[in-house]
Structures are given as C-alpha cells and as structure tokens.
Design a protein around this ligand. Structure first.
Ligand code: FAD
Length: 548
C-alpha cells in the first residue's frame, strides 16, 4: 500500500532530516544558548526498533480476513511498525531505539463503515484490542498500540474510508468518510467552491476522523472555529452497532450526544463519517507582521482584537523567546535589518504578531484590515513580507524536528489554555516548570510560547521546548519535564487545548473534570464498548495510564 509507506518513519518527513537541514548559524546559536555540544550525539537514527512476532491468533486473523479481505489484514513487520505510535518526541525517540515501542499484532484496513462495525464486533467477541488509526499524527500517545488486558491488539487503519460522500451546497454541508486526509478534503471541496478552513500544523497528514476524535484546532481557528464547531453530524461504528447523530441545524432533543463522540479519541467507537459545515472559499487573503513590545502588551492587543471582533482568521502572537528563536533560525540580512529597525523604534522585547485576513472581495478585506489596524495603533508594522513568510512556512516547522533530533536536541511542544485574566500567570508557571526541570548539567532550555487560538474569554498557549538531550536518560528527561509542566497546568489551565488526552494527559484528567467526570466517561464506555476493546489506556485514566 504505497500511500502508507511514508508512515514507516523515524521523523516527520519522508526523507528525515534531509528535508530541512539545520543552518550553521542556527546550530551555533543553539550551542551558545543551550549548551548543546557535539558530544550530544543522537540516539541511533532510523528505525531500529525490534518488531515482535504477531500475537494475533490465526483463527481471529481468518475471521478479520473474511470481513475485510485477507489482503487487508497486514502482519508484515514494516506495516505493523508503521502504526506503532504517533509523532510525539517520545514516539520518535522510541523509533530510534530508546525505550519500549508498542507494536500492533496486525493492521486491519476496512473498506467502509459496515466493515468497521463487523470488525469491532469480531474484536469484541474474540478479545482483541483495537486502536483506530487515522493519520497517526497524535502527539499524546493516542495511537500507541496498547493491549489493555488483552493478548493481542490491532491497528484499525481508516485509509480506505477515503470518500467525499456528498455535498449539500444549499445548506453548506459536506459528508466525508473518516480516513480522508485534510489536503484531499480541501481539494475535493475546492471543486465545489468550498473550504473547511481547518489548517492545523499537522494538516499534511491528519485525517477528518482524527480531527473529530481529538477536537482539533487549526491555525485559522479565529476565522473558522475549532473542528468541533464544524461538525454537524457523525456516524460511529461501535461494538454494539452503527450510530448516527445530527439531523438538524439545531435541536433540543436532550443533551447533544455528538459532543460525546467528538473528542472521544476512539475509546467509545470508530467515527466512520463526519458531516461538516463548509464555507465559501475566500477570494482574497493577506498576511502581515506586527511587533508589540513585551508579552503583556502583545496579549492585551490580542485580547482587544478578539473581544472587539476585529481579529484576522489567523491571529498569532509569539512571546519574546519565540520571536527571538524565529529571528535566529531565519538569520540573514533581512532579519538583521528588522532587528535594527525595531531597536530604532525603541522596542526592547519584540513579540511578533501575525494577522491573516480572508474575504470574498478586496473591498471586504480592506474593511476588515482597517478595523484591525485601528486597534493595533501601538504596534510596529513589519508588513506583508513577514506575514507571508509565516504563511508559506506554516506547515514546515515539524520538518526541522528531524534535523534537531539528529543534532542531539530534545525538541517537543505542549499546549494549554486559560481565561484572559489568568493567561500570563499560566505562561509564567509553565515556563518556570519546564525551565526548572530541564536546566541540568550545563544544559539550558529554550522555552518559547505563542497564542494562536483566541476566544472572547481567553486563549490557548503553545510551548516549544529545545534543550540538549540527556544522553544518559533521554526518555526520562522529557517525562520529568512534561510532568512538571502538567502539574503546573492542572491548577491554572486545561491539560490540553487541542492535542487531546491520549495516554500522556490521562493521569491529569480527573484534576480537570473531577472523579465524577471520569466515572461518567467510564459509564459511557461501558455502554458502547462493553468488552472494553476500544483504544485501551487512552482518554480514560486507569492502570495503563501512568505518566510515560
Ligand atoms: C507536527 C505536529 C503538529 C500538530 N499540530 C496540530 C495543530 O495545529 N492542531 C491540532 O489540533 N493538532 C495538532 N497536532 C496533533 C494531531 O495532528 C491532531 O491530534 C490530529 O487531529 C490527529 O489526526 P490524525 O488523523 O493524525 O489522528 P491519529 O493520530 O491517527 O489519531 C488521533 C486519536 O484519535 C483516534 N482516532 C483516529 N481516527 C479515528 C476515528 N476515525 N474514529 C475514532 N477515533 C479515531 C486515534 O485512536 C487516536 O486516539 C499536531 C501533531 C503534530 C505531529
């Protein structure tokens, strides 16, 4: 299956680090700033993980083959290794040979929703754990092949559920099968003049079903909303049968059960179709860069833009550290000129703000932009080149992860959100927790942060961490830092704004939703998945969810 080959990977890109080398000036800066030394050699590059023999009994394999076709039950090592986890730093480390890697016993690739229902019924009957697998971009352990209490586990790859089922241009609705990757969805919608407007950084790989299962949020969320806001209906396969929800634009028929499915991370059922609200494709767009002096001024400006409803579809504020990292990674005479200009304007702590407007006409865009500029009177304008450079590179950040890992860097991200009144305290606490945990033996972390999803009442915070890898304990180094950050987050914000719970956040869930909330999730799971085969160890805290 050609389209799955790229999933056998040690990194984000097909070619690994070769896709995005680390420029020499960036390596020099990292060495000076973090203490990175050439001695910080990478763990073995490439996929060196051992693949155990498949534990799936031959009789069960035959049953699954009778449902999806024997050729769609894959048991070869590369196919299984390809679905052994997602794309977190720890996932990538494990594929490079550090720590234990959970490998599924088989990959089952059904063709349609009916086959998914039958596969789930068979797995429930035979006691086989099922890990739904979309694009495999989870960064929280969501696609780790955990068995729970079962002897075997399959990855249920949704790649063949790849159709745009229908478009209703009058109601502006489109029904997609769950395995459609985001770029394909956009291409299919463009033929009808529509867009979803959902562009997370994982856009190039993630799927419609994965977005719905994780309550994803894209870079243009200020204009188009979170993915859950786009979901008008869902079709879900459960071990107890097919379930469809969402028949009208609004309803008072009891609690909104779609909300129970969206964000259920494959623990309640497998989403097979999603009905999505679509929007006319914008005719014009424009991205510009601005600089505010200091985090507080920047956050205040973003709050004003949001609460006065004049932000762009993209509204993204970097803190001083992230702005500095961006300047340094770019390098070159243009960056030097920008720095000199900002100094001349008296800016001491530059915070880059990128605004992207979209509209159906040039006049409408001009009006939107004018309203934004009125609120941004105190900002230094850097103009289109800076904004458009961000737009061009908006999916390329992850490519540099491979090169950074090869250079011996621990590189990872985490995210949270809080109300405006508590946002800066949350940023300070998480930065301090990460810095405190990772400053060791001459290693000094870079902890950078940005706001990229804004709401009337608050915003998300997204942290990027760079620190020389601890060669003695690379896995433990990040686990301790993540635990420190998560502990700080539980008192001030949400444990996850858009990455979902997976394995990594499950131990912190009850602090947010209460033990009663966890019991409600357990009760729903028991009803929909009585045998407990669906994605064990994910979402719902339990013995399998100790911090990784
Ligand atoms: C570099 C990088 C950047 C990222 N940027 C963003 C971002 O900007 N915004 C954002 O929201 N997220 C981001 N993510 C996280 C990730 O891309 C999202 O969680 C995405 O929604 C996952 O989609 P996927 O198809 O890859 O799902 P997968 O990773 O395959 O699965 C995610 C979870 O959902 C379950 N699942 C998948 N499909 C289904 C289904 N059809 N039915 C039921 N359960 C299912 C899986 O079992 C798993 O628990 C990023 C990840 C990476 C690696």
């Amino acid at each position: 299956m050609d389209h799955l080959d790229h999933l056998v990977r040690s990194g984000w890109t097909r070619a690994g680090a070769a896709d995005a080398d680390l420029p020499a000036h960036a390596s020099r800066w990292l060495a000076a700033r973090t203490g990175l030394r050439p001695a910080s050699t990478p763990v073995a590059p490439g996929s060196v993980a051992p693949v155990p023999d498949s534990a799936l009994p031959a009789a069960v394999r035959a049953v699954l083959g009778s449902i999806v076709g024997a050729e769609h039950v894959l048991v070869e090592s590369p196919d299984r290794l390809a679905r052994a986890g997602g794309l977190s730093y720890l996932d990538l480390l494990r594929r490079r040979g550090a720590g234990d890697l959970a490998v599924p016993d088989a990959v089952v690739v059904p063709a349609d929703p009916a086959e998914v229902v039958r596969v789930l019924a068979a797995c429930a009957e035979h006691g086989v754990a099922v890990v739904p697998f979309g694009g495999g971009t989870s960064v929280v352990g969501g696609v780790s092949a955990l068995r729970g209490g079962f002897d075997s586990v399959i990855a249920l790859d949704l790649a063949r559920l790849d159709r745009l089922v229908s478009v209703d241009p009058v109601s502006r609705l489109a029904v997609f099968q769950a395995g459609v990757p985001a770029p394909v969805a956009e291409r299919l919608l463009a033929r009808h003049g529509f867009t979803l407007g959902h562009f997370p950084q994982s856009y190039e790989r993630a799927t419609i079903g994965g977005f719905a299962a994780t309550r994803s949020s894209g870079q243009a969320s200020a204009g188009y909303g979170r993915f859950e806001d786009m979901v008008a209906g869902v079709r879900v396969a459960t071990p107890r049968g097919d379930w469809r929800l969402g028949t009208a634009p609004a309803s008072a028929a009891g609690p909104d059960l779609r909300r129970l499915v969206v964000g259920s991370e494959g623990a309640f059922g497998v989403i097979t179709e999603v009905t999505l609200r679509v929007r006319p494709k914008p005719v014009v767009s424009r991205h510009e860069g601005f600089v505010l002096d200091g985090w507080e001024a920047g956050a205040e400006a973003v709050r004003a833009l949001t609460q006065e409803d004049v932000r762009g579809a993209v509204t993204r504020l970097s803190d001083p550290e992230e702005t500095e990292v961006g300047f340094t990674m770019n390098g070159g005479w243009k960056t030097r000129a920008v720095r000199a200009y900002l100094r001349a304007r008296g800016v001491r702590e530059p915070c880059l703000l990128v605004i992207g407007w979209e509209a159906s006409s040039a006049a409408a865009l001009r009006a939107k932009r004018a309203a934004t500029l009125k609120v941004l009177r105190g900002a230094v304008r850097l103009g289109r080149p800076v904004g458009e450079a961000w737009r061009r590179g908006r999916f390329s950040g992850p490519r540099q992860r491979d090169a950074l890992m090869d250079a011996g860097v621990c590189v990872e991200t985490l995210e949270t959100a809080a109300h405006w009144s508590g946002l800066s305290a949350l940023r300070t606490a998480v930065t301090a927790a990460l810095t405190g945990s990772l400053t060791r033996d001459g290693r000094r972390p870079v902890v950078a942060c940005h706001i990229s999803h804004t709401y009337e009442t608050g915003a998300s915070l997204y942290f990027t961490v760079l620190v020389p890898r601890d060669p003695a304990d690379p896995v433990g180094q990040w686990q301790r830092a993540k635990h420190a950050a998560s502990t700080a987050i539980t008192t001030l914000g949400t444990i996850t704004h858009h990455h979902a719970v997976g394995v990594d956040h499950a131990p912190y869930l009850s602090a947010e939703i209460g033990d009663l909330g966890v019991d409600v999730l357990r009760a729903v799971k028991a009803e929909l998945d009585p045998a407990g085969v669906l994605n064990p160890g994910k979402l719902i805290p339990g013995p399998a969810t100790a911090p990784r």
